[in-house]
Design a protein around this ligand. Sequence first.
Ligand code: NAD
Ligand code: UDP
Length: 311
Amino acid sequence: MKQILVTGGAGFIGSHLCARLLKEGNYVICLDNFFTGSVKNILHLQQNPFFEFVRHDITTPFSAEVEEIYNLACPASPVYYQEDPIQTVKTSVMGAINMLGLAKRKKAKILQASTSEVYGDPFVHPQTESYWGNVNPIGPRSCYDEGKRCAETLFMDYHRQNDVRIKIIRIFNTYGPYMSANDGRVVSNFIVQALQGNDITIYGDGTQTRSFQYVDDLIEGMVRMMQTDDDFTGPVNIGNPGEFSMLELAQKVIEMTGTKSKIVFRPLPGDDPKQRKPDITLAKEKLGGWEPKVNLEEGLRETIKYFKTIL
Ligand code: NAD
Ligand code: UDP
């Protein structure tokens, strides 16, 4: 039995990861400050004697006996990471320093949940890991994008300078059950709006694209990445290359929910990337042939089913 720390474990992705690691017979310490996460996401895990919850903010040091650390703590929705941008930078940067320090002291392996946002508004399409990105250092999204870029830097430096065993994954837009209804990201917004019969809000003209990955595919990739040889640090893209415009997504959600909601157009937020699609060649090669298995329609069906139970 491995003792594993999951920071941000009460969030959307973190709660799925904790469940998966418990199912595999590990002891899981779930750390979260409930900024965007919720006790509701982990209620079903609380009865498990091998699950432990710790309320803590990763911007301050934390210690525990651990063999593996998954560092997921950080708000991921633009609405929330822009609410307190300084705290967002602190979470990424000081949080990374604190968790890397813990990994160094305990000789633990540590995985960083980085993001496709490190590519910014990309000129290379689809995005390969070798692309350095096009990121505005002083815009409204910078607290998140640059925070995550700095965290990648810290991970690589702790690896080179202190031999810490690190793994970096760059996650592309992921959705699924346990997203919060007021998360603010596009998939949950459209589904909640459709189920409540409210207007579906497209920002801009809806031609911008994203590639949407169902959460189960991400968890599989993440767990496989942690088990790769120590000499493979990444970064590696984990995403679904299926690319859709926001107009296409809205139409799909309308069709699948059978809603009478109408599409309305709202101003595009500053620095909103125009396109996003992962090149997953490296992931396929290094993660034992990993590739996404759930297409958008199947994933949306599961997610709509979930939101029907909580709304
Ligand atoms: P989420 O907001 O649901 O989860 C983040 C969790 O971190 C929440 O439970 C929150 O309370 C916790 N948290 C935030 N700041 C903290 C702090 N200072 N100390 C302790 N806990 C803190 O978001 P998510 O979608 O589950 O994302 C999880 C991770 O994956 C994040 O690091 C995010 O950047 C990364 N990621 C997600 C996506 C995506 O599409 N979902 C894409 C790229 C990267
Ligand atoms: N978006 C939208 N309507 C919404 C929420 C988001 O049209 O109600 C757009 C947003 O402007 C962006 C895309 O959907 O172009 C994805 O947004 P999200 O916040 O989900 O992720 P990110 O921009 O971080 O990739």
